[in-house]
Design a protein around this ligand. Structure first.
Ligand SMILES: [Zn+2]
Length: 226
């Protein structure tokens, strides 16, 4: 329009103040400029990855603390207060434990899950054989996120959330799937040689075809997250 940006902004603000326009910010982009180029990109990537892993562990620990508090056999308010360094002289009288006559809440025990070895082996094989999957899901942890239905930006970019294998093992705890993926012969071979695992046609292809045909996929709610 040829007019300076700040003049246009002032004009829009003025019209908004007069209730002639409703002005909302949309599609904002935050530009940035390099102040200093990092010397070692690999090191930064490693450090960021490590911080992500540590944060993941902390979040899991925090969830465990919530469960511990919920199942605590004692006044929960006193338990919380003690956490922050304050000792209550007597039970609060209004938390769940106090209100329940001094009985702790009974949490449902973790449901034992069964992980079928054959489908997992086939999934790992397929992962190693399919360049698109191998590229988008680099490493056992990324692949386990995919198998347990935990989305990530890379999966979104690769449109993998609609993949038949996405969330196949959503009913199994993340750590268990990760352990099995890491222990899978196909993974170990790939890690050792730095090349994809089984070559040629394998049962993995039939697994994908079968799942595609039936559209049978477990719910991908991240109920077993982490
Ligand atoms: Zn209490």
């Amino acid at each position: 329009m040829g007019a300076p940006r700040d003049r246009l902004v002032r004009a829009l603000d003025y019209l908004a103040e007069q209730n002639l326009l409703e002005v909302r910010a949309a599609g904002l982009r935050h530009p940035y400029r390099w102040l200093r180029r990092p010397a070692d990109l690999e090191e930064i990537a490693r450090s960021l990855h490590q911080r992500t892993l540590e944060r993941e562990s902390r979040e899991i620990a925090r969830l465990d603390q919530v469960l511990t508090l919920a199942a605590h056999d004692g006044c929960q308010t006193a338990f919380l207060a003690a956490h922050f360094g304050e000792l209550l002289s007597h039970p609060c009288g209004h938390c769940s434990w106090c209100g329940n006559g001094g009985q702790p809440a009974k949490l449902f025990p973790a449901t034992p899950v069964h992980l079928d070895e054959a489908p997992l082996r086939q999934a790992v094989s397929l992962w190693r054989q399919t360049p698109d999957l191998t590229q988008a899901l680099a490493g056992p942890r990324a692949f386990t996120h995919f198998l347990t239905g935990l989305p990530s930006p890379r999966q979104t970019r690769g449109k993998l959330k609609t993949h038949p294998l996405f969330g196949t093992f959503a009913h199994v705890p993340f750590a268990e799937v990760l352990r099995r993926v890491e222990e899978s012969p196909s993974s170990r071979r790939a890690i050792r040689t730095g090349t994809p695992g089984n070559a040629g046609v394998s049962p993995a292809s039939s697994l994908l075809k079968k799942r595609s045909r039936t559209g049978n996929r477990d719910a991908c709610a991240p109920k077993n997250c982490m």
